[in-house]
Design a protein around this ligand. Structure first.
Ligand SMILES: Nc1ncnc2c1ncn2[C@@H]1O[C@H](COP(=O)(O)OP(=O)(O)O)[C@@H](O)[C@H]1O
Ligand SMILES: [Mg+2]
Length: 293
């Protein structure tokens, strides 16, 4: 699926300011951004629920609505619908019946991890169980792509793990998954690739490791062993130096060059080199231009 220069405004609010992206079959992609970044708008365009003001959105090489109608895309949107008073199996069976080539209901329940809830009433489930039922509903049409808009936003840690385990078992079959989240750890743990969206633009695209390296740099820490910290900020790659007690922490864009230069200064003690966290990378990426009005 692809976006080319997609722009979308709501009145004076420019929700998307020219989004370009391409997702290939089999990828599990996280759309990571704060509230208001443009995640749900991106997903609405992808599903053909709204049209871009400018640019193009294609799904499986055609207009989104065609793929959605054919059951090639399953979605879990952010706003929940009213919950019917039927059993889990009845609900999934009903939804499956509306698609041309649905997944066997038992299979959808199994993939969503709710086979044991099949006979339970949908309106009497916990938040985590409800989200997995919604996941089974999204799977019912046997889609090749599933789109999940902040599926775990309201769930506790345990329910989140159960949810992502279900998502993984589906993704492992070779299907494509796009999910949005504002939890860094979720993007890092469950996606092959992270798209960072901010102010209606994609500001980064890569694996968690790549984002950490590209933006956050690395941390090099060492014991000062009585020597002062003067001049450390001049070493190659170093962006900033922080001294705590007898220990210096250098943030660097080029840890190899920094360490080699340090070695040139004499004995190094207590050396530690670590990638910056995804948190730091995310903050650096999204602080750059301020946010959309
Ligand atoms: N239907 C709408 N009417 C007016 N403004 C909207 C509408 N939908 C989204 N927006 C605005 O567009 C921006 C992006 O929203 P959204 O895509 O929902 O962000 P996210 O899902 O990342 O939280 C926000 O500023 C939001 O207030
Ligand atoms: Mg949203």
């Amino acid at each position: 699926m692809s976006f080319a220069g997609a722009v979308k405004s709501f009145g004076a609010v420019r929700a998307l300011r020219g989004v370009d992206l391409r997702i290939s079959r089999g990828e599990t992609v996280a759309l990571l951004g704060r509230n208001g970044a443009g995640k749900s708008t991106t997903i609405s365009l992808l599903l053909g629920l709204t049209e871009p003001d400018e640019g193009r959105v294609e799904l499986f090489g055609g207009p989104p609505f065609a793929s959605v109608r054919a059951g090639r895309v399953g979605a879990m949107l952010q706003e929940g619908r009213a919950v019917p008073r039927v059993t889990v199996r009845e609900l999934v069976t009903f939804v499956a019946g509306r698609y041309p080539a649905p997944m066997p209901v038992a299979r959808a329940l199994e993939l969503a991890g709710i086979a044991d809830l099949a006979g339970r009433r949908v309106d009497r489930l916990s938040g985590g169980q409800t989200q997995r039922v919604r996941f089974a509903v999204a799977l019912a049409g046997n889609p090749a792509l599933i789109v999940l808009d902040e599926p775990t936003a309201a769930l506790d840690v345990e329910a989140r793990h159960a949810f992502w385990a279900s998502m993984r078992s589906y993704a492992r079959l070779g299907h494509t998954v796009l999910f949005s989240t504002h939890h860094l750890e979720e993007a890092d743990a469950y996606a092959d690739r992270i798209l960072v969206i901010d102010g209606g633009q994609i500001v980064a695209d890569g694996t968690g490791e790549q984002l950490k390296r590209a933006v956050g740099g690395s941390l090099v820490a060492l014991d000062l062993a009585g020597r002062g910290a003067e001049g450390l900020e001049l070493l190659p790659g170093v962006r900033s130096v922080e001294v705590r007690g007898d220990r210096a922490r250098l943030r660097t864009d080029d840890p190899d060059a920094t360490v080699i230069a340090l070695a040139g200064l004499g004995a190094i003690r207590g050396l530690e080199v670590a990638p910056a966290s995804l948190d730091e990378a995310f903050l650096a990426l999204t602080a750059r231009e301020g946010r959309a009005a």
